[in-house]
Write a protein that binds this ligand. Structure first.
Ligand SMILES: Nc1nc2c(ncn2[C@@H]2O[C@H](COP(=O)(O)OP(=O)(O)OP(=O)(O)O)[C@@H](O)[C@H]2O)c(=O)[nH]1
Ligand SMILES: [Mg+2]
Length: 200
């Protein structure tokens, strides 16, 4: 996928900071440290568009990026990660408030990409999120991340197991690696298909 331009658009701590809705948006969602910012960068073919970190749970902000391709403009939205053990109840509530304000109120949101480490099982957090998004008619893709960390045989077995354990069509669960760029074309195609879907 050729990217003509990828640039930072806005950083928001609340709805007041969201940029005016314009292009179709794809939101990246998942546990802290799962690889959201890395996947966003890999899809945009930029090394340092979204900041990545090996120290999880730092960001409590929403970052918006503008991705320009020859055929269309898409906005990527990097949501703060959840599930970091060392946060207080108040911080969890503030995460929920911020993320829900975005996901519920955004007319241009076309797809949510929920990230899940291929080596871990889905938890109640992921199944609740998928149900929550479905109730609000937000189409969901699951990107299984860091598949380079497993040998090919284990990889295939984990992909099968995770597909079977979640209530989504298999084609919506895609194995990826930001490191080796595996699965990124497939993920772009799945994103495009959702953007092109007529609105409900
Ligand atoms: N081997 C490997 N490492 C990865 C991959 N994707 C991300 N990582 C590493 O995982 C760590 C976390 O990546 P981030 O992209 O910052 O994760 P995040 O989900 O944005 O984290 P938060 O913003 O803290 O929620 C970094 O050290 C990355 O280098 C991948 O595909 N393969
Ligand atoms: Mg991040």
């Amino acid at each position: 996928m050729k990217i003509l331009c990828a640039e930072w658009l806005a950083t928001a701590a609340g709805p007041g900071g969201f940029p005016a809705p314009s292009a179709p948006e794809v939101a990246f969602l998942g546990r802290s440290n799962v690889g959201k910012s890395s996947l966003l960068n890999a899809l945009a073919r930029r090394k340092k568009l979204a900041r990545t970190s090996s120290a999880p749970g730092k960001t409590r902000l929403i970052h918006f990026f503008r991705i320009e391709r020859a055929d269309r403009e898409v906005h990527f939205v990097d949501l703060p990660g959840y599930g970091y053990a060392k946060v207080s109840k108040a911080e969890r509530e503030s995460w929920r408030g911020l993320v829900e304000a975005y996901l519920e109120g955004r007319a241009t949101l076309r797809a949510a990409v929920l990230l899940q480490d291929l080596r871990r099982d889905f938890t109640r957090d992921e199944t609740l999120l998928i149900d929550w998004l479905r109730d609000r008619h937000v189409p969901v893709l699951v990107a299984l991340t860091k598949i380079d960390k497993l040998k090919p045989m284990r990889r295939a077995a984990r992909l099968r197991a995770l597909r079977e354990s979640i209530d989504l069509p298999a084609a919506q669960v895609i194995a990826t690696s930001s490191e080796t760029r595996t699965g990124l074309d497939e993920l772009w195609l799945a994103i495009d298909a959702l953007i092109d879907e007529p609105n409900e």
